[in-house]
Design a protein around this ligand. Structure first.
Ligand code: BEZ
Ligand code: FE
Length: 286
């Protein structure tokens, strides 16, 4: 029997996990063991601290369900999600940058026509987002599906509410010339959920728990790198302190105030509205 010591425990555990039959799993588990052990050594982790961490992880799992993704939130506020996005989406200059998915995307949103309203009369200033979908060589991408979602003016996503119908989310398709038009309401900045273990931890810091006003987009077009991104409102509060590190200068867009009158979908607005013009630029698959 090999004696286990403080000095050799890391090598022993790494060697054991290195037996994973999938070589990538072996690589990941060995690195995980080494970094975890180094972390515990660096901070000289005490037993009460270790137990507090275990209980925090347990609460993170217990509060999660098909609508609440507390582990994604934890990854987001630690900057891990954005690091993984950046490493895996090193796009050409000019391509629309990717940012975090976040915990509130819902599959299967209804398909809406060009310029149709995804806000279904919810209170807020009408917002049209329009432009083209194209590739980095300037070629129009027709038939691209733009999966769009956002929070309401109270900062709540459908996934946080008990509702039966799709709310502030929809799929729009670009026309053959690449043009698209989304009709929604102006988003506001909002707080991430603070009533769980992630919020408990943040409340013990000076971290701002807000995100700047934004609308989410997911474009998964055959032949192109999938794009998960947001458009942020220029001048919005919290652009410099986004709690999930998701902002990028290229994704900040003017939401221009417009007087009542013609709108980009060919209709007319009776009330003042906002216009955001943005071209999504996709990178062909490697
Ligand atoms: C969001 O933008 O929906 C979001 C992203 C990360 C954490 C919380 C919310
Ligand atoms: Fe969001």
């Amino acid at each position: 029997m090999q004696p286990v010591t403080e000095e050799n425990i890391t090598d022993l555990a790494a060697a054991r996990w290195g037996t994973a039959r999938d070589p990538r799993l072996a690589e990941i588990m060995q690195a995980l063991v080494r970094h975890l052990h180094d972390f515990a050594r660096e901070v000289r982790l005490t037993e009460p601290e270790w137990m507090a961490a275990i209980q925090w992880l347990a609460r993170t799992g217990q509060i999660s369900d098909e609508k609440r993704e507390e582990f994604i939130l934890a990854s987001d506020v630690l900057g891990l999600s954005m690091l993984v996005v950046q490493m895996n989406h090193r796009l050409e200059p000019g391509a629309t940058p990717a940012t975090v998915l976040g915990p509130f995307h819902i599959e299967g949103s209804p398909e809406l026509a060009y310029g149709a309203d995804m806000s279904q009369g919810l209170p807020g200033t009408p917002l049209y987002i329009s432009g083209t979908v194209r590739d980095i060589d300037g070629k129009a991408v027709g038939g691209a599906v733009l999966d769009v979602w956002q929070a309401d003016t109270d900062g709540a996503y459908e996934a946080q509410l008990d509702v039966d119908e799709a709310r502030l989310r929809a799929k729009y398709a670009s026309k053959s010339d690449g043009t698209y038009c989304v009709r929604t309401i102006g988003p506001l900045g909002y707080s991430i959920p603070m009533d769980g273990p992630v919020g408990d931890l943040i409340a013990r810091t000076d971290i701002s728990h807000f995100r700047p006003a934004h609308v989410h987009f997911l474009l998964n077009v055959p032949g192109y790198e999938p794009l998960i991104t947001h458009l942020f409102q220029k001048g919005a509060q919290y652009l410099d302190s986004d709690v999930v590190f998701g902002t990028k200068a290229e994704l900040v867009v003017e939401f221009e105030p417009r007087e009542p009158g013609p709108t980009p979908d060919g209709g007319t607005s009776e009330v003042p509205w906002l216009l955001a013009v943005y071209d999504f630029v996709l990178q062909p698959k490697a």
